[in-house]
Ligand binder design. Structure first.
Ligand code: PCA
Length: 208
């Protein structure tokens, strides 16, 4: 039995909710195997999110790390491909820290590639009628920091990656694109179910 670590985030930037934590909670409540699913809600803070994530990885030695967060304003579920070694925060995090132009890890590589089967996951979501895209960058805020940290912290045979979700219908500010809660939970469940699949080998099968 594999161990899967699935995380969402607390609310931030004055919002009342974060659809990523809601989706993770729903998936955890419904999960019936075949793997062991560990879930957690991470703080939206550079230092403590990375600390918490490292502790979870040390404790559970997961076979896959799937981190999720909110990208308010995006209309689609975005499977992130690259974590960059950069913290450049538009707003202070929930601990009041606002790093600018700083590396996540001073001695780390410029970027790390997600090791989840990213194109495969986009295809699976799309095949289930969910709006999904491959995204090249998770930005330079806490979500990117968690993706970069996860990729550096996991064992060599552990896959890790990050999925940005749009607002849910119940949490979206007026006018913001959103998806129903049940679709976000369905998307996260599909990603959990397919995280350990191999990447599609489809010569010429462009995702773009
Ligand atoms: N989204 C933010 C941080 C927490 C979250 O849910 C981001 O995209 O960095």
């Amino acid at each position: 039995m594999a161990v899967l670590l699935l995380t969402g985030f607390e609310p931030f930037d004055g919002a009342a909710g974060n659809p990523s934590a809601d989706a993770v909670t729903t998936v955890a409540a419904d999960y019936d195997g075949p793997h062991e699913l560990i879930t957690a809600t991470l703080p939206v803070a550079f230092d403590s999110s990375a600390r918490r994530l490292r502790a979870l990885i040390d404790r559970h030695s997961p076979d896959a790390v799937i981190a999720t967060g909110l990208a308010g304003g995006r209309p689609q579920i975005a499977v992130e491909r690259i974590g960059v070694n950069l913290m450049d925060a538009r707003i202070p995090d929930n601990d009041g820290a606002q790093p600018l132009d700083a590396p996540c890890e001073p001695d780390g590589p410029a970027a790390r590639f997600a090791t989840l089967p990213v194109k495969h996951l986009v295809r699976i979501l799309s095949a289930h009628g969910l709006p999904a895209q491959l995204s090249l960058s998770a930005g330079s805020y806490v979500c990117n920091h968690v993706l970069y940290t996860a990729l550096g912290a996991v064992a060599a045979d552990t896959v890790a990656g990050f999925v940005h979700l749009p607002w849910s219908t119940g949490t979206a500010p007026a006018g913001a694109p959103h998806l129903p809660e049940k679709d976000l939970a369905r998307a996260v469940r599909l990603i959990v179910d397919h995280a350990l699949d191999p990447e599609d080998a489809q010569p010429g099968g462009s995702i773009w």
